[in-house]
Design a protein around this ligand. Structure first.
Ligand SMILES: [Zn+2]
Length: 224
């Protein structure tokens, strides 16, 4: 799994992690694909949201508490399209779900198990407050977890949302590269991309790739 992440991300893992980390994969039953969009702390890519609405493409948005506090207008826009959008938990403070692991890709890890519980449960409560629905899926910052975290998180009422296709490498890729990755999706893939980087070109490529899949008749599903 680490090998795949090295290919998919524009970063290198630190040579020695104090706590071993894993990046779980997730697929859904074919023929559909699932689009998951992380709202890490940052802004809101309204063009992406409007493009999905125009195309009628379903997506599951992973909300962080920090994003929710700073983007009330973005949240309001998402909530106006509940026929297309589902909501999930990306943590209260966008922390790495690996107690004691330090940092990864600049993202700080939870200090201990109690902090991991707070990150997951407070994040879920905020999503419920804002959307009216208790989220069933959780994805930690970076998509990496310690084995201790993977064992604990299901006991908090959340399933861990891995993915099988990294569409935008943290919204760092040019539009053409994102479009090519997305257009290569296979039935059952869970795509990950980002909606918090309105000044980067990745979302333009994401929409182009999604429209190509749609043109081929690919159905889009939420994470169930
Ligand atoms: Zn994130």
């Amino acid at each position: 799994m680490l090998r795949r992440s090295l290919l998919a991300l524009p970063f290198r893992l630190p040579a020695a992690q104090a706590v071993p980390l894993v990046e779980p994969s997730l697929r859904i039953p074919p023929p559909a694909v699932a689009l998951t969009l992380d709202l890490c702390p940052g802004g809101f890519d309204e063009r992406l949201c409007r493009g999905l609405v125009e195309a009628g493409i379903r997506a599951t948005w992973f909300l962080t508490g920090d994003w929710l506090r700073r983007n009330p207008a973005g949240l309001a826009l998402l909530l106006r399209h509940r026929d297309l959008f589902a909501f999930a938990n990306h943590g209260e403070h966008h922390l790495l779900a690996a107690p004691g692991a330090g940092t990864l890709f600049g993202q700080r890890a939870v200090a201990d198990v109690a902090a991991l519980r707070a990150e997951v449960l407070n994040g879920a409560a905020l999503v419920e407050d804002c959307t009216g629905t208790l989220p069933r899926w959780y994805r930690g910052a970076t998509g990496f977890y310690s084995r201790e975290a993977l064992a604990l998180i299901p006991s908090l009422g959340c399933a861990v949302a891995g993915f099988s296709l990294n569409a935008d490498a943290g919204a760092s890729l040019p539009a053409a590269a994102v479009a090519a990755r997305v257009a290569a999706a296979r039935p059952g893939d869970v795509l990950i991309a980002h909606g918090n980087q309105p000044r980067r070109p990745a979302a333009e490529g994401l929409l182009a790739g999604l429209r190509q899949l749609q043109h081929q008749g690919m159905p889009f599903a939420w994470l169930e």
